[in-house]
Design a protein around this ligand. Sequence first.
Ligand code: C2E
Ligand code: MG
Ligand code: MG
Ligand code: MG
Length: 288
Amino acid sequence: ASKEKRGGTYHFYTKEIAEKMDRNIMLEDGLRQAVSLGHFHLVYQPQVDIQENQLAGFEVLLRYTHPTIGMVSPSEFIPICEKIGIIHEVTEWVLKEVLKQQKKWKDTGFGEIPIAINISPTTLENPSFLHIVQSLMKQFETNPTSIEFEITEDAFMHNMNHVKVILGKLNLMGIKISLDDFGAGYSSLKYLKELPIDKVKIDRSFIKGIPEKEREKAIIESILELTRRLKGEVICEGIETEEQLLFLKEQGCQFVQGYYYSKPLSKEEVEKKFITQGLISLRQAAGQ
Ligand code: C2E
Ligand code: MG
Ligand code: MG
Ligand code: MG
């Protein structure tokens, strides 16, 4: 009986691996065509200034729908895009869509809405990245101060010096640089020390423990103090409860983002819920 059972387990195991391989192959094929077939779209999550009690801007998040698999998380498909060498093309698509949308909103009379865009570190190593950013900004008459690039730590960043130069140039152009998922990686402090970072985005794993966990609270307080001394800005991600909000507000944190205010929204929802309501009452606008 035990032999049979082992056999059964073994069979199940290989089937699982085979399924995972199939999924990977399907995703790779799908992603290669996603830009041309229009299978990507963008959603926008509000970032809130909790000291001024107003909308500060949005983080744009990429969405992908595979024809048969359906919706796939960016945590799964972004690494695949990097692996198969299409991340540059994908980033360029995101940038173009964002700047186009931003201009559309501006032309409609909504003003220059600040938007934060996730840029994977390998993209920064693309020699033509800077040029692409500049020409898109020219095409859509973008005000660089309404753009922010969120950079995550990456163990595979080959050339920290090169990245430093690129970020420095973007920074000089007036684009804000923020360090995403701060504290979650191995070398957050090294990045903060080496790179021209304007803003730190505290990882949501630290926010989760509020209000019970003294350690998480101490860490957040220290990061807030650290960024104050570096004259940088701070945003906390993953705010889900009022307790978390109140703690952060009391500690002097200026910006937050999370389901407590709003999940990521389609551009139509953005227009309906926030912009046409004049950004007046955020909580009210967020439907809470
Ligand atoms: P991230 O940049 O740290 O984005 C925040 C993630 O947390 C988003 O997941 C967002 O939907 C989620 N989130 C926001 N508020 C809450 C909350 O209150 N609670 C919880 N539990 N989660 C919350 P998403 O959209 O699945 O994105 C995952 C990651 O994929 C992003 O993490 C980012 O690193 C990457 N990503 C997304 N879009 C792009 C893109 O256009 N380019 C690149 N290179 N990476 C992207
Ligand atoms: Mg981000
Ligand atoms: Mg993050
Ligand atoms: Mg993340």
